[in-house]
Design a protein around this ligand. Structure first.
Ligand code: HEM
Length: 90
């Protein structure tokens, strides 16, 4: 339940632990909130693919998103490089 195939290709659920190289360890709270609100990686880069439900999560209040980010950053960092998404075949 960590990989999904659809018209967007294949996407892999992100590593949400605070590992600096492979997770959210180098993200700021502001980038996390912006990413949930805009559906962009780190709030500014590529589009986040389905089925990541950012359209719903992005409607939470700043306080709720800050609490979620604080919780995620409190987890034990796990080094796990998730594969890059695979684009759809033509
Ligand atoms: C509270 C719940 C959730 C939080 C806080 C969360 C957070 C995140 C974050 C921060 C990213 C990284 C985005 C990036 O690297 O730019 C991500 C990616 C992703 N999430 Fe979630 N997520 C949640 C729930 C879910 C659920 C329920 C699913 C699937 C049913 C899901 C599937 C994915 C996928 C497939 C990606 C990678 C998309 C891509 O490569 O573009 N997430 N999520």
């Amino acid at each position: 339940m960590t990989a999904w195939a659809g018209p967007w290709g294949v996407s892999f659920a992100a590593n949400l632990t605070p590992d600096k190289a492979t997770g959210l360890g180098s993200w700021t709270e502001a980038a996390f909130i912006k990413s949930m609100r805009t559906g962009k990686h780190k709030g500014v880069l590529r589009d986040i693919l389905p089925p990541m439900p950012w359209q719903g999560l992005g409607q939470l209040t700043d306080d709720d998103l800050k609490a979620m980010f604080a919780y995620l950053q409190s987890l034990k960092p796990i080094q796990n490089k998730v594969p890059d998404p695979i684009p759809p075949k033509r």
